[in-house]
Ligand binder design. Structure first.
Ligand code: AMP
Ligand code: GLY
Length: 438
């Protein structure tokens, strides 16, 4: 069948490789894709915006597309799955991604918190405030201990969460979010929540709305600077698996979080066919046993980026077969085969990112890479066919190897071969976990 994948990042390049590998895939279209997706076998980039539903619908009909896989959250929150379901000519096309209501798990932090409360899913204590209840919000902050966590309710391009050390700053920011329009419409409501101290990790679930499979765990590295310093980025690297997420911990994740989430969606009659990305904080148990309890920090309704670049290469099963089962609702009739090797992914970014940066620099050394995968993010082919930079996060290198230390070592050996004017990357991806392992 012909398949359309929406998005243009490293996540979509990693997904495109896995989809194109499937015997069920004839042609894979990626809208809009990047210079990397253009090179994947069976794959063509198409100039379409992922949120232009009318053009996507026309394209699907004209190119006999039978499945649409949605990479980023914006089209899901804007209702692409509903657009297809409501259109008589498109309703039989398999859309991998939830409808608008399910996508609210990511689109509204307040909705997600209320969902977790209804289904007894462990998460930080919270309250939600609006401009009318600002005074109560300022009082509530006074009842919490530092640091203070403020979350804009809506999508704010990953920037809507503030963690503040002083009560004064927290009160000023809450006021600015609710009354000063700090994040525009996204902060018309603000969730104030208790700070959780622990280690973060990402758990991914593929569900047909009733049955589910848990995909490999991963950890991403959000800050630009080594030792987790400096401003947040879209993600500077990832590793999979996360060693402390052992079977005892994952049993807690499955019974306390994944099962009630999928059951809750089903009970509330929220059709959900796609990925659930659970951002977790593993909080050390108070009993001194060295074990952790999982708490949900956030839900996303898509795969993570750059987690996909370390998780997808470890999936050995036919991903299109799994997607077809998601669409038909018989995901329980199969298992997922996972590569037991460790995956390490290092993102290379433009100089200056996440602040202002230049585009259009020629990327050198791509042909010298061996034994690792290169996933493109912000790249394009220039008029002469050279790969040039076209974004802040430019590309990443992923290596699968028998152990995490060797996967990291081999990744960095290949990263060192690639460069462009101003290229930058973190040298310490995975090191925090390696230290924990000793
Ligand atoms: P979110 O967009 O909800 O994932 O939040 C962005 C980042 O803020 C998370 O990845 C965490 O590092 C941090 N964060 C969010 N909520 C909390 C919390 N309750 N306690 C500690 N850190 C948090
Ligand atoms: N890596 C975090 C995200 O995709 O939101």
């Amino acid at each position: 069948m012909n398949i359309l994948l929406l998005g243009s990042g490293g996540r979509e390049h990693a997904m495109a490789c896995k989809i194109a590998e499937s015997s069920h895939c004839d042609t894979l279209f990626v809208a809009p894709g990047n210079a990397g997706t253009a090179l994947v076998s069976k794959t063509k980039n198409v100039e379409l915006s992922p949120t232009d539903f009318a053009s996507i619908g026309d394209f699907v009909l004209h190119h006999d597309v039978k499945m649409v896989v949605v990479g980023p959250e914006a089209p899901l929150v804007a209702g692409i799955a509903d657009y297809f379901a409501d259109n008589i000519r498109l309703r039989n096309v398999a859309v991998i991604g939830p409808r608008r209501q399910g996508a609210q798990l990511e689109g509204s932090k307040d909705y997600a918190k209320e969902f977790m409360m209804r289904h007894n899913i462990p998460t930080a204590a919270h309250r939600t405030f609006t401009p009318d209840t600002l005074a109560e919000g300022l009082d509530y902050l006074g009842t919490l201990e530092a640091p203070y966590v403020l979350k804009a309710d809506g999508l704010a391009a990953g920037k809507g969460v503030l963690i503040l050390d002083s009560l004064e700053m927290a009160r000023a920011e809450l006021t600015d979010m609710l009354k000063g329009g700090k994040f525009g419409e996204a902060s018309a409501k603000v969730v104030v929540e208790q700070y959780l101290s622990g280690v973060e990790l990402s758990v991914f679930v593929l569900t047909d709305g009733k049955h589910y499979h848990i995909l490999p765990t991963a950890k991403d590295y959000k800050r630009i600077g080594e030792g987790d310093t400096g401003p947040n980025t879209g993600g500077m690297g990832s590793i999979s698996p996360v060693h402390f997420a052992d079977s005892a911990f994952m049993h807690k994740v499955e019974t306390r979080i994944v099962q009630p989430t999928v059951r809750g969606l089903h009970q509330e009659e929220i059709p959900y066919k796609g990925f659930i990305f659970v951002g977790l904080m593993a909080v050390p148990c108070k009993d001194g046993s060295g074990s952790f309890d999982p708490y949900v920090i956030e839900y996303n309704v898509r795969m993570g980026d750059p987690e996909t670049e370390s998780v997808f290469p470890r999936i050995k099963s036919d991903i299109v077969d799994l997607f077809e089962r998601v669409w038909r609702g018989n995901l329980q009739q199969t298992t997922i085969d996972i590569d037991s090797r460790a995956a390490a992914c290092v993102m290379m970014v433009a100089g200056g990112y996440p602040g202002s940066y230049e585009k259009g620099h020629e990327i050198n050394g791509l042909d010298d890479v061996s034994g690792s995968l290169v996933f493109h993010a912000g790249t394009r082919l220039d008029a002469s066919g050279k790969v040039v930079t076209n974004g802040g996060r430019v590309l990443c290198v992923t290596t699968l190897d028998s152990s995490m230390p060797s996967a990291l070592l081999k990744t960095y050996q290949q990263v060192d071969k690639i460069s462009w004017q101003g290229s930058n990357y973190r040298h310490d991806i995975g090191q925090d976990l390696l230290k924990m392992m000793i």
